[in-house]
Design a protein around this ligand. Sequence first.
Ligand SMILES: Nc1ncnc2c1ncn2[C@@H]1O[C@H](COP(=O)(O)OP(=O)(O)O)[C@@H](O)[C@H]1O
Ligand SMILES: [Mg+2]
Length: 152
Amino acid sequence: MEIMTWKTSGAEETQKVGMELGAHLLPGTVVGLIGALGSGKTCLAQGICRGLGVEEYVTSPSFVLIHEYEGRLPVYHFDLYRLREAEELFDLGYEEYFYGDGVCLVEWAERAASLWPEDAVEVHLNDLGAEMREIVLSDRTGKLNKAFQKLP
Ligand SMILES: Nc1ncnc2c1ncn2[C@@H]1O[C@H](COP(=O)(O)OP(=O)(O)O)[C@@H](O)[C@H]1O
Ligand SMILES: [Mg+2]
């Protein structure tokens, strides 16, 4: 179900959207960030982390699959771009992250579609050209109220 859509022009605006989302996220939420290379997934994740109170500088975890941060909740930032098969996530102990009390931000979440919790939320990013991006927040089961305190 599509919940909300934003159009941003420039990385800063995308980070602002992320900050709003991060400020409202509830414990135990898994957020899939889905979009082409350069669409702004890491940029949005940086904003979400900021909104969650993470002070550290957030960088792409593309070579190590996961970075952990401490905000008002634990934050686990995944990048599955280099994942060859979903099973690699078992070696990482992904269940503790996905079903724990932190927030998971998962770039290239579609690469692990078979392991996706059913109450996860998705954010699709579409590159509209130049500095324009469309950001679409959706869920599959209408459980978004479990993910956010209230929608920004
Ligand atoms: N509206 C926008 N939102 C997000 N990023 C943008 C936007 N306009 C331009 N950019 C640029 O696009 C790139 C997005 O990179 P990044 O967030 O790493 O993408 P991804 O993680 O999806 O590969 C950055 O260089 C950023 O400056
Ligand atoms: Mg990225």
